[in-house]
Write a new protein. Sequence first.
Length: 87
Amino acid sequence: EAYEVLEEASTDYCTGPEYEESVKEPTTCEGPKVELSFKPKTCTIDSKTHTIDCVPAKLVLSKTPGSCTFKHHTPYKWTGKECKIEN
């Protein structure tokens, strides 16, 4: 009788084991990137000293190198039997 109660509780509160296959991922490459941006001139006015302080405008060049992720298999995932009693 105790086994029956345990088996009933197991079906109500437990999930069975799960297995997720690995997946073959292809090679992907992303080329280098170049970004050119413009930073405008900015000025601050100091009323105490009666001065204006300005930073000149400038062009900013940002470069990011290219990268590749070579073909591979994702790892498989195994989750065993799990039991949870929640309110």
